[in-house]
Design a binder for this molecule. Structure first.
Ligand code: DGY
Length: 320
């Protein structure tokens, strides 16, 4: 009997691939230098029983229409806004993601951005590297300490809560906006649920942790951004489309807020050149989950989801 084929759109850590090989599946991996194009994806995936995708692979109706043999699309990411999950469901294809395993890594990176923005780390590095450091000075690169600051967390899910715990240890007070109350965060981190407008008005630091969907697209629009304190910091490690990026860049240009830390952008991997000119911006290349620990666990989890579905069992982390 022919082996069932699994197509992976990019090289992922071996641990998951080895699990699937051990189970006797045939693995095909796209090894191109750049991201796979949709026609190549269709060509390689159309006879596959499973498709493993990255968050940058757009799996829309057109692609799904070609996946007549596919039982599962396993996204190598917690987010799954790149996949038309409703259409996949209609076509009987299960979609899975990799939640939990990247929570701590993404929260660590968020904290790194919070600290880097508060203490102007990027400007400090640039000053030293460009040999402009002329000695200790009373007003050189003054930043803000975290103690007693109010951190507003937008989306108190797993990652939001992991960030709340971390900033709590730095002496911050936590307010949050979320669909549901998070009683664990309220108890363990003394977090208070507020409206989005109140959060935008009261927070010294705002951190975004909502998934991207129809409800959260442009959630932090011009009106909401306008509510921010004039020395506030905003951090986005979720998805670029959640914020009105263009308006935020204007605010940063006009020093309407203190600074911003970005790990995600609208139109990734293209980045608005205006954003890159700004000193009060720290811009990272979407590395929230980029730790050895998280990426290995993500690889294992996508593999376990694929193995489960192709063996006729229930997926571990389905989203549709
Ligand atoms: C995800 O997995 O959705 C994250 O964006 C990774 O950083």
């Amino acid at each position: 009997m022919d082996k069932k084929k699994i197509f992976i759109t990019s090289q992922i850590p071996e641990v998951g691939i080895n699990l699937m090989i051990k189970k006797g599946f045939q693995i095909d991996i796209f090894k191109g230098k750049n991201q796979i194009k949709s026609d190549e994806l269709i060509k390689r995936a159309k006879d596959s029983s499973a498709l493993i995708t990255l968050l940058s692979d757009i799996v829309d109706k057109e692609i799904i229409d070609h996946l007549s043999k596919t039982k599962i699309i396993a996204n190598y990411a917690a987010g799954f806004n790149n996949i038309d999950i409703e259409y996949a469901r209609q076509k009987g294809i299960i979609v899975t993601n990799t939640p939990d395993v990247l929570t701590e890594s993404t929260a660590d990176l968020t904290l790194a951005l919070i600290l880097a923005c508060s203490r102007r780390i990027y400007e400090g590095i640039e000053l030293v590297k460009k040999r402009k450091f002329k000695g200790w000075a009373p007003k050189l690169l003054l930043g803000k300490e975290l103690n007693n600051k109010t951190v507003g967390i937008i989306g108190m899910g797993r990652i939001g809560y992991a960030v709340a715990k971390r900033v709590r240890a730095f002496g911050c007070n936590i307010i949050y906006f979320s669909n549901n109350r998070n009683l664990v965060a309220e108890k363990a981190a003394d977090a208070k649920k507020v409206s989005l407008s109140e959060l935008m008005k009261r927070s010294d630091i705002i951190s975004i942790h909502v998934p991207l969907n129809d409800k959260t697209k442009n959630l932090i629009n011009k009106e909401k951004l306008e509510l921010m304190k004039k020395d506030a910091i905003i951090i986005n490690t979720a998805r670029g489309e959640v914020i009105d990026e263009k308006y935020l860049i204007d605010m940063l240009k006009n020093k309407r807020i203190f600074s911003a830390g970005f790990d995600v952008y609208q139109n990734e991997p293209q980045i608005n050149p205006e954003l890159l000119k700004l000193e009060n911006v720290i811009a990272l290349p979407h590395i929230g989950s980029a730790t050895f620990e998280a990426r290995n666990k993500m690889s294992e989890l996508v593999a376990k989801n694929v193995i489960a579905v192709l063996s006729g069992k229930r997926p571990i982390t389905p989203v549709n």
